[in-house]
Design a protein around this ligand. Structure first.
Ligand code: IFM
Length: 470
């Protein structure tokens, strides 16, 4: 007899353990708004979003989802989804307006109240300390060679102080602390391609920035451990990288891209060295960088993986001029051509990203073999589609299917004994999608940004029912 979709979902749901964390994820600048309230300092994203021609439609996060004023209602929305966990980030410049010194009591009070609401609702909080909104004052603090922000080593030391104070104050009430979100993305888009804050386009900065982010992470882990016993991890963006053929050239190209996209941060953290494939870049690292490697390689309690899509690559067929990350590799004699998503024959999301659930399995299996993290969480997974409100409802079957297919891979990973212990859907709400402004909607709840009305999408209703095994 044929299994109905409902029966199929029930069987799949049963593969997840009882204590699995079912969550949603957000980030401060993308949802909070209130960018100048209660003593908050400006961040590089406040500055960047107000710079001409940087953001689609000149959108900014000034109001975003107004979560700063609506967080209690938003926690009720999480409860209505049956989630038992929530991943959010703290805005560093709410806590330390200039990135250093005494904490701002009103900034602390906001996250205290958010935690109260979450704990009262029975939702386990996972706090990310840095989701890209560096205090502007640190971007302007220069080293002896006039380098600011993450290119300045001092930023790593400031981050460690901030992490320590956050752990002292909030540590005992959160389930997990995530030091950095997707350092690769803020390194590359913020410093190489210039699409994200602070908007630099300097290939030579990339490895310096990456190293300081890694050092910031390592020092922060030490500081957090001094202050509390809460589990600590990091959230890394990872995409399975596959060669088009198994020719040695294509495999070489895939390894090079994998080293840059998946191992630039994970290798130093888990193995204490940079990926051997990236040797050509070692001269771009700060002098004496090897002295920092033991600090960077602090043992972690968990690894967070943000998975959205894969890369399909080959060695370039003709002499091509590459851009962004591919240009970095080409520069080091490792030419890689990424096959356009639309040419791969699989469905793509509204953002143009290939829907490739199997890559989630393949990448996590690889992570398990390469690094053996004690606990793994999918700290982000989700899809943007051009949702439309019709007669008061948003019907988004493609997002539902995306979630279903990726959760199916999670169930398979669990069956294989890979310690996957939580899934955080990106995102709770439609929100400010960085350079894309409000044009890309990732939420399980639709947000009407003019009225701030939230409406559960049909994918959200599916996730809600799946969580309780309906
Ligand atoms: O919105 C972002 C998030 O801030 C970081 N990870 C990817 C998401 C979708 O692009």
């Amino acid at each position: 007899m044929k299994t109905t979709p409902l029966e199929y979902n029930k069987t799949m749901r049963e593969k997840f353990p009882k204590n699995f964390f079912w969550g949603t994820a957000t980030a401060a600048y993308q949802i909070e708004g209130a960018v100048l309230e209660d003593g908050k300092g400006t961040s590089i994203w406040d500055t960047f979003a107000h710079t001409k021609n940087k953001i689609h439609n000149a959108d900014t996060g000034d109001f975003a989802c107004d979560h700063y004023h609506r967080f209690k209602d938003d926690v009720r929305l999480m409860q209505a989804l049956n989630t038992n966990a929530y991943r959010f980030s703290a805005a560093w410049s709410r806590i330390q307006p200039n990135g250093k010194g005494k904490p701002n009591p009103k900034g602390i009070a906001f996250y205290d109240q958010l935690l109260d609401a979450l704990l009262e609702a029975g939702i386990a909080p996972f706090m990310t300390l840095y989701h890209w909104d560096l205090p502007q004052a640190l971007e302007e603090t220069r080293d002896s060679e006039s380098r600011g922000g993450w290119a300045n080593r001092d930023t790593a030391l400031r981050f460690a102080e901030y992490a320590h104070l956050m752990a002292q104050h909030f540590g005992s009430r959160v389930e997990g602390i995530i030091t950095l979100n997707e350092p690769l993305v803020f390194t590359m888009l913020g410093h190489v391609t210039g699409q994200h804050a602070p908007g630099h386009t300097d290939l030579s900065l990339a490895f310096r920035v990456a190293h300081h982010a890694l050092l910031a992470h390592g020092l922060a882990v030490q500081g957090i451990r001094e202050a509390c016993k809460t589990p600590v991890g990091i959230a890394l963006s990872m995409s399975y990288v596959e060669p088009v053929t198994d020719s040695s050239e294509d495999v070489f190209a895939a390894n090079a891209l994998d080293a840059l996209m998946n191992r630039l941060f994970a290798d130093p953290i888990y193995k204490g060295h940079y990926p051997p494939e990236l040797e050509a870049f070692l001269p771009a690292l700060p002098e004496n960088f090897t002295d920092d490697l033991p600090t960077i390689a602090q043992p972690l309690d968990f690894l967070g993986v943000n998975y959205y899509f894969r890369y399909l690559v080959q060695t370039p067929k003709a002499n091509s001029t590459a851009e962004g990350v591919a240009a970095l590799l080409q520069f080091a004699g490792m030419p890689v051509e990424i096959i356009p998503e639309a040419a791969r024959g699989n469905p793509t999301t509204g953002f143009g990203w290939e829907v490739y659930p199997k890559g989630l399995y393949q990448q996590l299996e690889k992570v398990h073999l390469d690094y053996a993290p004690k606990h793994i969480f999918i700290t982000e997974n989700g899809a943007a589609y051009p949702d439309e409100m019709r007669d008061g409802a948003v019907h988004d079957p493609e997002r539902r299917r995306y979630l279903e297919l990726h959760l199916e891979q999670c169930a398979l990973l669990i069956e294989q004994g890979i310690p996957l212990e939580g899934y955080f859907c990106w995102s709770l709400l439609d929100n400010f999608e960085w350079a894309e402004g409000y044009s890309q909607r990732f939420g399980l709840y639709h947000v009407d940004f003019a009225t701030q009305q939230r409406t559960l999408k049909s994918s959200g209703a599916w996730y809600r029912d799946f969580i309780v095994g309906l």
